[in-house]
Design a protein around this ligand. Sequence first.
Ligand SMILES: *Cc1c(COP(=O)(O)O)cnc(C)c1O
Length: 431
Amino acid sequence: MSPARFVSTGQSSPPVELTTALLEGLAPDGGLYMPEALSPLTSVGLSELKGGSLRETAERLIAPLFGRDAPAATHAAVIDALDFDVPLVQLSDRLFVLELFHGPTLAFKDVGARVMARLLGQAGSGGPIFVIAATSGDTGGAVAHAFARVSGTRVWILYPKKQVSERQERQFATVGGNVQAVAVRGTFDDCQRLAKGALGDRQFLDGAPLTSANSINVGRLLPQAIYYAHGWAQLPGGSEVVVSVPSGNFGNLTAGLMAKRCGVPIDRFVAATNANDVFGHYLRTGAVNPRESVRTLSSAMDVGNPSNLVRIHYLYDGDLGGLQRDVAHSAHGDADVRLAIRRVADELGYVLDPHTAVGLLALESELRERPDAVGIVLATAHPAKFADVVEPILGRAVDIPPRLAATLARSVEAVEIAPTLRQLRDTMQGG
Ligand SMILES: *Cc1c(COP(=O)(O)O)cnc(C)c1O
């Protein structure tokens, strides 16, 4: 059997193996990589998911996602990365929350970033793989912790000096070891320009492999399908199942649709968005109409031109009717988010972060139309991560989990550079 192949949504680059897709990030034709085939689980395979641990679920999903002949190293990378819980919490009769925030930086991005880090750690041919990530705040933490102590990788996190919050800086600039924070004297745009400039130059580090840990990498996407299966496996069973996904770049929803292709019996998805609701137009017309993003309380979903819509389009081969059967859309503004956080805390004793609150509102509206269904909302972040939003709404402090408290107690260690490629190269070669 030949190894699983990855194809570009642009459809004019040749298929590649996983390692190439990981190292390239973007395909040469500008498209995003997708698995060439997703092989569904058998009904026996499905029934065996029930009641299993996250790692047991992951073991069973690796073949459908990464190919039947995925090497032992791929299994090891995925299993090693998933060393935290993804519990399903019941809020009421028909309402469940899948908590994706028990990883090191309290957000679902830990799942994809940790698996990708370990896959990349194996991808080198002898020497280390160099990784750059530009961050305006949030992604840096997930990437820094994901790569911490992953041998075979050396990581530079570029961020605009004095333009991220202290809490954010402490999540990516206190890791040490193979992860170096670089405070750029400039803006986030300068950081992105430096990252792109370095990645676009094959000789930047004298030919050493250099890649980016951003969210379009297929290595971050695939592992996210695993927790959809794990969420379904923890449900009591028997009913129609709806899953609501708080969405920004739509990587998370894409992974859910891939889980469905692998046979996970989710009947319907709800794409939950804030005021940035490009998806509504797309779902009605099949056309993407990008807009300037607007700022909302659910800031990680403030995306005006979602990069993964090309993947969804590819997955459905342009069949809009099929997509509409599988996915609903529901958008909710900040005022409703504030009320929802308040109401759910008062009535159900559960504290939502602002992203999960958008998801919950979307789920409630879909469940009203489907009286026999049960619903899962993906909790994409822990409320302590967005304490500045949640605490004023509740009028009280939110408990900080010990792993976040420990990170916040460490001191920041960053090198500082002017926003030039030459200084970036000197830093990367010297350190
Ligand atoms: C990134 C993020 C999202 C959006 O996920 P996408 O995969 O980009 O749609 C939602 N919630 C939180 C907390 C996030 O960090």
